[in-house]
Design a protein around this ligand. Structure first.
Ligand code: FA5
Length: 340
C-alpha cells in the first residue's frame, strides 16, 4: 500500500509540474481529489484494510491529498506570475500609457439641494425627520382634518394601495406632522423632506412622483410672524440674497389661517418665463397648525400653538438651476444628470 501511495505522489506531482494552464491543474485535482479521484478512492478503501494498515494508509492518503492541493496552488500562482511577467516584458507593453479613465459619479441635483436645505434648517435648530411613503389614510388625511367625504381630498389625486382605501401612497409630507407630534414633546421644530405621489397628468411642472419638505414648529405663543421670519431666513440663506416674500390667503384643512407664500422672482425685475410675467413665484403652502390637528397629534391646543409649511423640493431645484421641465429629474438621461 505504501508503494501505491508513493506511486500516486510521484505521478500527481509530475503532472502538476508539467501543467501549463489552470484547466490542466483543475484536471489533476479532479483525477486525484475529485469524487472518483485516485486518492479519494484510496481513502474510501481504508475501512476494508487489515487493521494494522489502516492508520498508515489513512494518514498517508490524507497527507498526499494536502500535498497535491498545495502543489496545485503553488503552480497556479507561478503560472499567473509568469503570465504577468510575459505581458510586462513583451513587445507593445508601455508602462507610461495613462490608465483607463474612471468616470466619476455625482449626487442627483435633488439630493444635493435636499442636503443643503437640511443643513440650513439644522443650523436653525431643526431636527430632520422621515416618514413612510406608503402611509395610512389616517395620517395622510383624517388626522390632518380631512375626513373621508371631505372635498379637499379631490385637491390631491391619490394612489390607493388597497381596496378598502386604508393605505395610500402619501400625497404630501404633512402626515409626518402627526407622527412628529405623537413622538416628540413640545416645544420642538422639525422638517421632514421626502417623496410624495399624486395620480396627476404630467407636464413641465407636474410629476406623479415628486418631493416636498415639510416644516413644523410647536411651541408657546408661536405666531405668523415666526412663520414668515423662518421662511424668509431660509430663502435668504438658500438664494444668498434678500428676496421679497408675500403671504396670500390659501386653503389647507390642517392650518388656520392658511397661506400661500410667494417669492419675488429670482430671475427678473419685470417679468419673465419662470414667473409667467407675474414677478412672483409660488413657493409653499403654510399656516398656523389647526387646533384639531394638534389634538389629533396629542398636543394640547390650549397650551401650545404652531406653524407648518410644505414646499416642493423639485420646484426649488428648478429655480436654483433654471431647469425648465420637472420630468428631467426622473428621466434617467445621463446628459442631464452629468451637469450636476
Ligand atoms: C401641500 O401638499 C400641503 N401639504 C402643503 C402645506 C404643508 C400647507 C403645511 C400648509 C401647511 P400643495 O398641494 O400646494 O400643498 O403642494 C405643495 C407644493 O408641492 C407645491 O407648492 C408644489 O411646489 C409642489 N407640488 C404639488 N404638486 C406637484 C406636482 N404634481 N409635481 C411637482 N410638484 C408639486
Amino acid at each position: 500500500m505504501e508503494d501505491r501511495l508513493n506511486e500516486l505522489r510521484a505521478e500527481a506531482l509530475a503532472r502538476v509540474a508539467a501543467a501549463t494552464d489552470e484547466a490542466a491543474l483543475r484536471a489533476v485535482d479532479k483525477d486525484y481529489n475529485g469524487k472518483e479521484g485516485a486518492v479519494t478512492l484510496l481513502l474510501a478503501s481504508v475501512p476494508g484494510l487489515p487493521p494494522a494498515e489502516r492508520p498508515v494508509v489513512g494518514k498517508g492518503a490524507n497527507v498526499l491529498k494536502r500535498d497535491i492541493q498545495g502543489a496545485i496552488a503553488a503552480r497556479k500562482e507561478a503560472l499567473e506570475q509568469a503570465a504577468v511577467e510575459a505581458e510586462r516584458s513583451g513587445a507593445g507593453f508601455d508602462a507610461t500609457l495613462p490608465g483607463a479613465p474612471q468616470s466619476r459619479g455625482s449626487l442627483h441635483p435633488l439630493t444635493q439641494v435636499r442636503r443643503e436645505v437640511e443643513a440650513i434648517f439644522t443650523s436653525m435648530g431643526y431636527a430632520v425627520l422621515d416618514g413612510p411613503e406608503v402611509e395610512l389614510d389616517y395620517y395622510n388625511f383624517q388626522a390632518l382634518n380631512i375626513p373621508a367625504d371631505h372635498p379637499a381630498r379631490e385637491m390631491q389625486d391619490t394612489f390607493y394601495c388597497d381596496r378598502e382605501g386604508r393605505l395610500v401612497m402619501r400625497t404630501q409630507t404633512s402626515p409626518v406632522q402627526i407622527r412628529a407630534m405623537e413622538r416628540l414633546a413640545p416645544p420642538f421644530r422639525v422638517i421632514a423632506p421626502g417623496r410624495v405621489f399624486r395620480n396627476e397628468e404630467q407636464d413641465a411642472t407636474h410629476e406623479h412622483t415628486f418631493h416636498q419638505v415639510e416644516g413644523l414648529v410647536v411651541g408657546e405663543d408661536i405666531t405668523v410672524g415666526h412663520l414668515s421670519g423662518v421662511l424668509k431666513g431660509f430663502l435668504r440663506r438658500f438664494f444668498l440674497r434678500e428676496l421679497e416674500v408675500r403671504l396670500r390667503p390659501g386653503y389647507f384643512p390642517f392650518v388656520e389661517p392658511g397661506f400661500e407664500l410667494d417669492i419675488r422672482c429670482p430671475f427678473c425685475d419685470d417679468g419673465c418665463r419662470v414667473c409667467k410675467h407675474t414677478r412672483w413665484v409660488e413657493f409653499c403652502g403654510c399656516g398656523m397648525v389647526h387646533p384639531r390637528v394638534l389634538d389629533a397629534g396629542g398636543v394640547d391646543p390650549e397650551a401650545w400653538t404652531g406653524f407648518a409649511f410644505g414646499f416642493g423640493l423639485d420646484r426649488l431645484v428648478m429655480l436654483r438651476y433654471g431647469i425648465d421641465d420637472i420630468r428631467h429629474f426622473m428621466g434617467g438621461d445621463l446628459r442631464f444628470l452629468e451637469q450636476f
